[in-house]
Design a protein around this ligand. Sequence first.
Ligand code: MN
Length: 325
Amino acid sequence: MIIVVKRDSTQEQIDHIVALIHGMGLRTDVSRGIKRTIIGVIGEEDAVRNAPLAAIPGVEEVVPILKPFKLASRDYQAEDSVVDVGFGVKVGGGSLAMIAGPCAIEGREILFDIARQVKAAGANILRGGAYKPRTSPYSFQGLGEEGLSILREALVDKYADILQIGARNMQNFNLLSEVGQTKRPVLLKRGMSATVTDLLMSAEYILAQGNKRVILCERGVRSFDSSTRNLLDLSIVPNARGQSHLPIIVDPSHATGRPDLIPAMSLAAVAAGADGVHIEVHSCPEKALSDGPQALLPDQYAAVMGQMRQVAGILQRTIPAPRGK
Ligand code: MN
């Protein structure tokens, strides 16, 4: 539930409400908005369901949140969350995150080459997997820590550190709680058979630990049609945005697995209101150690960026300008 505090309430009254909730064995999350201050009650609500909270001085209203996720819900926070990932890059609130790079970090030279080219096309976040939990134990599993050190070096001052939780780990609840205890932005990818509620419940695990910097990511769900890798569910963009204040981006690369489909789905993602688009780019896909067949060439990426910029412009949203090579 959330407790709406009266407009003219004092800090002492807010502290008193918080102390009472803590005394019932529950945690709180105080959100001071422009229009109102609300106190989120975190924990098993049975303990407070019949408590006369509305009688406490300073309380305007006690609102039960019927959805299973609370901190992630629009009821809790009406305004869109904007996740500041550092170095002037923001995700949400009209700024689009243009994430590009290879599936996996394979070496210094190739990552630098791709980084330079996607940056020139306007990408503002570089991706590259270091730990790759793959479906097959025989597939390339990533360079691990060595990969991370190359990523850090490639970005230098543009280093915007976001932790990605892959689709297969979306319901690894211990991992979600761990990243919730960090201060780093978290890109949470939708599990391959997760409902929108499942995705928002996983986000709730991170938020409940105090980390508010969560970005959702649609990357396709399982379908009966084997002609694409997954089925891109673009309806989740307005669906999730209606229920949650968290930004949501779209990954057409893993959703389709096909370079011929990625440009159209990227444009559709921007049109659907996505807060960013995540595309795998490789300068030599035939030599890629993972997901080579679905990677766009840097020139193809630059072309689709130009088209996405036009669609974003119609909707009064901004995609970073190309920066030349
Ligand atoms: Mn990949």
